[in-house]
Ligand binder design. Structure first.
Ligand SMILES: [Zn+2]
Ligand SMILES: [Zn+2]
Length: 374
């Protein structure tokens, strides 16, 4: 099937600025959004087409490739957006959504607003983050008031139509030749005014309710990531779709392991003799102890890798590695026997300077030689 040029899809010039492109896309997204066109396949296709065009043209790198090579330059990726929902998530901020995200802008033209999103926090240990975990979280979330069934009016009473806007929820304001439609300031867009408020929710239609939610965290999550719980946000005041709940992950610092991306880093002390002679040592991993071989002549700062003992990738794929960084520990106390042996060794070393040391001593003497002459 022949594809329509992305610039034609958005109805913009090839020379358009980023602003013009997002403006054009916004217009089309509002017009063809599935919420405003339920069951309309053509609108849905146009909505997806516009999203795909916008995805390419809003990204300077992809746009340059498209300009040079056409569709071939941007193929393979296709649209990363599977559904209107994903597009909400991606563009929520651009649309100035705040709590309601996309719902705000579409809500006005297509019935009830989407409920607001909720943010919650969860703190995990590194072990929990590695293995993944299912945890229950408790938090307060508004729910429709049971007494008034969400209407805000005392049971048995009816709200009155708003006189200011005649029940439309919108008023026209004139400013010179401009006429602007805005939300009615009296009823705040509801079109109705509650005469006798429900006493349980004080006319809000909603009350805070404690919820207990089971959250499944995939293995490999990192500090600052968020897990989205679709539809677990606040309910829509007008009976529309609820918002989402975003669970922000905090991962506690670990006593032994330091995380860097998918790798874990462990600082491991060994003795001077183990470093010089080589040794087999036991190191901790998240899955229990493991034995590694330290080669003869290991230096402080050298890194040994234990493949596959890092963190898993929450999106699947290869696990990270455990990197063991060696440092050589100098004994602080010596018994008589140790001291005797070390003194013998020191005697030997006087006549037998180590190669690294030799180089270094040479560099020092060179340094003083040059600074004396200048
Ligand atoms: Zn109520
Ligand atoms: Zn009104």
């Amino acid at each position: 099937m022949a594809k329509t040029c992305y610039y034609e899809v958005l109805n913009v010039e090839r020379s358009s600025t980023d602003r013009e492109i997002s403006k054009a896309y916004r217009k089309l997204a509002v017009k063809f959004h599935p919420d405003s066109n339920p069951g309309d396949e053509e609108a849905s296709a146009k909505f997806k087409q516009a999203a795909e065009a916008y995805e390419v043209l809003s990204d300077s790198e992809k746009r340059a490739r498209y300009d040079r090579h056409g569709f071939a330059g941007v193929e393979g990726g296709g649209s990363q957006f599977g559904s209107a929902e994903d597009i909400f998530a991606a563009f929520g901020e651009m649309f100035g959504g705040g709590g309601g995200g996309f719902g705000d802008i579409f809500g006005r033209s297509s019935g009830p607003r989407r409920g607001a999103d909720i943010q919650i926090q969860m703190t995990l240990t590194l072990e929990e983050a590695a293995s993944g975990v299912t945890k229950n979280v408790q938090f307060e979330r508004p729910a429709n008031c049971g007494t008034c069934d969400g209407s805000g009016s005392k049971p048995g009473t009816q709200p009155q139509g708003c006189q200011q806007c005649g029940g439309r929820g919108q008023v026209l304001q004139s400013a010179g030749i401009l006429r602007v439609q805005t939300t009615c300031p009296v009823c705040r867009g509801a079109g109705k005014i509650i005469v006798e408020p429900c006493t349980d929710c004080r006319g809000q239609g909603q009350v805070a309710k404690e919820v207990d939610l089971e959250v499944v965290i995939p293995g490999g999550v990192d500090d600052g990531m968020q897990v989205r719980l679709s539809g677990e946000g606040e309910p829509s005041p007008g009976g529309g779709r609820p918002g989402d709940c975003f669970c922000y992950i905090n991962v506690r610092k670990h006593k032994l392991f330091h995380r860097e991306g998918q790798n874990l880093i462990l600082q491991m002390p060994i003795s001077f003799t183990q470093a010089a002679l080589g040794a087999e040592i036991e190191v901790p991993t998240l899955e229990g102890p493991e034995t590694i071989k330290i080669k003869r002549g290991t230096q402080s700062g050298e890194v040994f890798k234990v493949v596959g003992k890092g963190m898993p990738n929450p999106r699947g794929g290869r696990k990270g590695d455990l990197l063991i960084q060696i440092f050589i520990e100098t004994p602080k106390k010596l018994d008589a026997e140790q001291e005797k042996l070390l003194r013998q060794l020191a005697e030997l070393e006087k006549t037998n300077v180590m190669p690294e040391q030799k180089n270094f001593l040479q560099r020092i003497s060179d340094y003083f030689a040059t600074s004396e002459t200048t």
